[in-house]
Design a protein around this ligand. Structure first.
Ligand code: ADP
Length: 167
């Protein structure tokens, strides 16, 4: 019964994240999506909002898969949280060279903090390599439609968030 923890900012969830979640469910029986609640940068969506968006988007998964995913928020050290959850491995996505150095560094730090907690990298799918939360935020801030890059509920929430910020 392998348990994977997929941690990130998810500000907000994208189709790229969803692809990693779907693939992660083929590697582990249980997957915990862990939203980092503390960050150097001020997030657009609160941790609770990000959690709600992910939980709603997961309704698109077949029910047996949906039951195997949990969405939590956490603060503090990911390695400590994952160990407390008795995780078998950390899951991360790799879009390309730009992600690589940072991801290798994070994996090494987590491995030194928690030697039994390897990081498993999954490559981004061809069609979602260029998708990032920051790209979605920039596009939505300019009034662009992000429907091709994010689940429908996230696209709606982004449009509503920027409409509210402008009013
Ligand atoms: P963080 O701030 O921790 O990097 P993100 O929400 O940006 O959080 O990303 C979480 C994880 O998902 C990271 O491993 C990142 O590389 C991966 N990821 C982000 N976008 C994509 C994508 N389009 N395809 C595959 N993996 C992705």
């Amino acid at each position: 019964m392998a348990l994977a923890v997929y941690a990130g900012s998810f500000d907000p969830l994208t189709n790229g994240h969803m692809a990693i979640i779907r693939s992660g469910l083929r590697l582990a029986e249980r997957l915990v999506v862990a939203i980092g609640a503390q960050s150097d940068k001020k997030p657009l969506f609160t941790a609770k909002e990000r959690q709600g968006l992910i939980m709603a988007a997961l309704k698109s998964l077949p029910p047996p898969d949906r039951k195997r995913v949990e969405v939590i928020t956490f603060s503090g050290l990911l390695a400590a949280k994952a160990q407390a959850l008795k995780a078998d491995f950390l899951l991360r996505g790799l879009r390309g060279g730009a992600d690589l150095e940072y991801e290798l560094q994070m994996a090494a730090v987590n491995r030194s903090l928690a030697p039994n907690l390897p990081t498993v990298f999954l490559p981004a799918e061809e069609g979602s390599r260029f998708i990032s939360s920051s790209m979605l935020r920039q596009l939505a801030a300019l009034g662009g439609n992000v429907a091709a890059f994010a689940p429908a509920n996230v696209a709606q929430a982004l449009a509503a968030k920027y409409a509210a910020l402008k009013s």
